[in-house]
Write a protein that binds this ligand. Structure first.
Ligand SMILES: Cc1cc2nc3c(=O)[nH]c(=O)nc-3n(C[C@H](O)[C@H](O)[C@H](O)COP(=O)(O)OP(=O)(O)OC[C@H]3O[C@@H](n4cnc5c(N)ncnc54)[C@H](O)[C@@H]3O)c2cc1C
Length: 500
């Protein structure tokens, strides 16, 4: 074992974080000095606590109160809940509650974290000594089918939006997993249904209602408060406000959805990935092609040898278009070694969400890391065997997505990092005694690949443990300048820089 692939010690980790110092967008966001406090602040006395309860129609739970711990746990999807304890949790029921909460936080020197669906992998919203504003009880959706738009509260699940849109012949890209909130998904970038064709979740945001650092409710769209709209489209936890409603573009639901899937053993891993890298430019935008390594039996859940599944989903206008696109899977040079082959199976979103849920079911402990790369097969493929075959538990999995050929992102979005191939590793486990090792596993697995990375995807971020380039330098500099302008006293928490 070389020193490069030895498990990371805490010192190595700190060293790598310092070296990466300039990363998030590789610069200021990770290293920025804490903002000046707006104090003097009012003390948080018993009467101040009562005052907040009176001002908020929803629930206010101060640390130590009976329902606090379950609200804290519910705010995070993964079972390895961070040991971070906000001073107060406000479960808002309306914009007015959010305004009251932000004003209280401002006056009393509490920093504010925001939760929509609670699936952010690093749970940046949960911080010691802060206020957590939980938006999950705000659940209104208004669809304007004629104009192909909707207004939604950010805590609404993506799958619910499509359950309402699909009968109207409409669809919106959401996470492939049914319980992810539309808020964090779209604000972090968001790779969803046909995103290669229709754009990321961020590109679907047309307007946002925001409670800003002054505690005022404002609207941001193409004509007003445009800084907020730009940042809502991809700044993720770096956003300087609380989004209380989002207006989003929706797409016409194409009539055909078909899936092909082929199984391979790890013996053919190099041939498989060399082929997959080589066809990046040939995959039409209405098809997503992934290769996933798993090490459990899909029916029993029991450990099994590593299996590589090549799967492609085509969402198209005609059967011919779908069949033609899926036919590329038959060009795989090791096709004759496929252990199973399922071709052109009709699908609907309900089935796809169920499959997403089966991969990442509730109740597990999770950790993640990812990179985007443009590296050619000759450099990339030799580094993939370790990543894809050393799964630390039966439920853990590693993911390859042919994201390219990349089209430049428009400048009206903070979202700014992408690459031809997206790689992500997910550890899943149950035993708390394994936390430290399993939380570091995805980070360690990418060590050998860092030199080939062009940055990471914010949705699958692990910023505290694996600081990397999540925004372009230009976008990062702009975000820092906007945070300074619109939240000079740092009312809102930003990216999580330390896991404790
Ligand atoms: C099981 C699972 C499957 C996933 N599948 C996919 C997938 O297929 N495609 C994909 O792109 N991503 C996927 N993700 C990643 C997911 O999109 C991101 O983690 C996303 O941030 C989660 O959104 P949320 O609203 O549920 O999370 P939250 O934890 O509520 O939000 C994440 C962060 O966004 C910020 N934020 C959230 N809401 C607001 C708001 N209203 N105002 C201001 N800031 C806010 C906060 O800083 C918060 O910490 C998946 C995640 C999980 C856990």
């Amino acid at each position: 074992m070389t020193s490069q692939n030895k498990p990371n010690s805490r010192r190595d980790l700190l060293k790598s974080m310092a070296a990466a110092g300039a990363l998030i967008g590789a610069s200021a966001a990770a290293t920025a000095a804490p903002r000046k406090a707006a104090g003097p602040f009012l003390p948080i006395t018993a009467s101040a606590r009562r005052e907040l309860k009176k001002a908020v129609k929803g629930q206010v739970l101060w640390q130590g109160e009976a329902a606090y711990e379950s609200a804290r746990g519910n705010a995070v999807y993964r079972a390895n809940k961070p040991k971070r304890f906000p001073t107060v949790i406000v479960i808002a029921e309306s914009d007015k509650d959010v305004v009251a909460a932000v004003r209280f936080a401002r006056g009393h020197g509490l920093k504010v974290g925001r939760r929509s669906g609670g699936h952010g992998w690093s749970s940046a919203h949960l911080r010691n000594g802060a206020m957590l504003i939980d938006l999950s009880r705000m659940q209104e959706v208004e669809i304007d089918a004629k104009n192909k738009t909707l207004w939604t509260h950010p805590g609404v699940l993506g799958s619910r939006l499509n359950a309402e849109l699909n009968p109207l012949g409409l669809i919106i890209p959401t996470a492939h997993h049914p319980t992810v909130g539309i808020g964090g998904f779209a604000m972090c970038g968001g790779f969803g249904w046909n995103s290669r064709l229709w754009g990321n979740g961020s590109a679907h945001i047309l307007a946002v209602d925001v409670v800003n650092a002054e505690g005022e409710l404002i609207r941001a769209d193409e004509t007003q408060n445009t800084d907020y709209l730009w940042a809502a489209r991809g700044a993720g936890a770096g956003f300087f406000g609380v989004v209380t409603r989002m207006k989003m573009r929706v797409n016409v639901l194409p009539p055909v959805m078909k899936l092909s899937a082929y199984g391979y053993t790890a013996d053919v891993l190099e041939e498989l990935f060399t082929w997959a890298r080589g066809i990046v430019d040939k995959i039409p935008p209405y098809m997503e092609l992934v290769i996933v390594s798993t090490a459990h039996d899909a029916k029993t859940g029991l450990a099994s040898p590593v299996r590589l599944t090549v799967a492609a989903l085509a969402i198209t206008e005609t059967h011919k278009q779908a069949d033609d696109a899926l036919a590329i899977l038959e060009t795989c040079p090791v096709l004759s070694k496929a252990t199973f082959r399922r071709v052109g199976i009709p699908q609907d979103l309900e089935q796809r969400y169920a499959s997403g849920y089966a991969a990442d079911p509730a109740g597990y402990r999770f950790a993640v890391d990812n990179i985007y790369t443009n590296a050619p097969a000759a450099e990339l493929v030799p580094k993939l065997r370790k990543l894809f075959t050393e799964l630390p538990s039966p439920r853990s999995h590693v993911f390859w997505l042919n994201w390219g050929p990349t089209r430049p992102f428009p400048e009206d979005m903070a979202l700014s990092v992408q690459g031809d191939v997206f790689l992500a590793a997910y550890s899943l486990w149950e035993d708390p005694a394994q936390d430290e090792a399993m939380e570091m596993w995805p980070v360690n697995q990418f060590k050998d690949l860092r030199s080939l990375s062009v940055g990471g995807q914010m949705n699958d971020e692990n910023i505290a443990r694996s600081p990397q380039r999540y925004l372009s330098d230009a976008a990062n500099n702009k975000l820092e300048a906007l945070r300074e302008r619109h939240d000079p006293h740092g009312v809102f928490l930003s990216f999580l820089r330390s896991v404790t």
